[in-house]
Design a protein around this ligand. Structure first.
Ligand code: ASP
Length: 319
């Protein structure tokens, strides 16, 4: 699509949506929407946990952290936490961030030996004067806070890495078979939105490589006046467009969550028309508890907990 017609599309859709949002403003449902959504269908249990906590009256920030912890604790989930895929040297390093309804945020980067890094990011947010802690400093902070030191490399992940090491083929392309993140957004009974993102990053990444997942604005962004968004897929491309921030800003202009995710994905596609295909996906939620999602490649799914039901949704995609 030519740049001018793409821009025209964004503004025409945005303008129409802004008008319809204003027309609908008086019809806002007064009963609170309680909802949790999370990236990929391997986060079913995590999303269920978050949804149930919200139903019990927990805040959105507690729900996202405890929900994400279910995936982080699961050795069968080889994309986050315990059992996450290691870097090319065989070391598991984790990234995570959280953001709450007040606009406060916390992040940890390249952390070893700690399983629940989203909870650690929340501790950085609440217990330190900082937003981000990296590497050894983050690990030492965790140990002071009473986190258990845990070897994150499981036998299963080790075997896969050893197999990969036979060829050491380095292809930093994230597709539907190779993705590594749980991103979660929750809206609670007080109409407050929070989010969390946790990842072992790209499998067999270069040591020291950090993706979008712990970067506020790229992997996750919340503005409680507007809504929230979280990303998964090739982190380098998400960072280049400050993807989650972009989705929230589009919703601020009047786009629905669905339209905002589509525009943000199309921005990446239009920047990459000549290059290799890769996966990027967003999920988003607005203040009415409406949600949307979009990905570049087919195959992206997300979990949606609403009214006591936890459903898998197959996302629309560009191709
Ligand atoms: N976004 C993550 C990263 O680039 C990976 C993923 O979501 O699959 O580290």
């Amino acid at each position: 699509m030519k740049r001018r017609s793409f821009i025209f599309d964004i503004f025409s859709v945005g303008f129409a949506t802004a008008i319809s949002s204003r027309l609908n403003a008086n019809n806002l449902n007064s009963s609170p929407v309680i909802r949790s959504i999370s990236t990929w269908n391997n986060t079913k249990e995590a999303n269920l946990m978050a949804g149930r906590l919200l139903d019990k009256g927990k805040s959105s920030i507690d729900a996202v952290v405890e929900g994400v912890a279910v995936s982080e604790n699961d050795p069968k989930n080889t994309t986050v936490g315990f059992g996450g895929a290691p870097d090319s040297s065989g070391k598991v390093t984790l990234d995570a961030c959280v953001m709450n309804h007040l606009g406060d945020c916390g992040s940890v980067v390249a952390v070893e030996n700690i399983v629940n890094v989203a909870r650690l990011a929340k501790d950085v947010m609440e217990k330190t004067p900082h937003v981000m802690l990296a590497g050894k400093g983050a690990e030492e902070f965790a140990l002071i806070e009473g986190y258990k030191k845990t070897d994150l490399l499981t036998e299963f992940s080790k075997k896969n890495w050893q197999k990969w090491s036979e060829t050491k083929e380095y292809s930093p392309i994230i597709n539907i078979d190779n993705h590594d993140t749980i991103g979660m957004l929750c809206i609670d009974q007080n109409n407050n939105i929070s989010g969390a993102c946790s990842s072992s990053g790209q499998a067999y990444k270069m040591p020291g490589r950090v993706g979008d997942s712990p970067i506020i604005g790229s992997g996750l962004f919340i503005d409680n006046k507007v809504g929230g968004a979280v990303a998964t897929g090739l982190g380098e491309e998400i960072i280049k467009t400050v993807g989650s921030f972009l989705v929230v800003e589009l919703m601020r202009q009047g786009f629905t969550p669905q339209e905002a995710c589509e525009s943000a994905v199309k921005r990446i596609v239009s920047n990459n028309s000549q290059k290799n295909r890769f996966q990027v996906a967003y999920i988003a939620m607005n203040k009415k508890g409406e949600v949307g999602s979009y990905s570049i490649e087919p195959g992206f799914t997300y979990m949606d907990y609403l009214n006591g039901k936890n459903k898998e949704i197959i996302s629309k995609s560009e191709f």
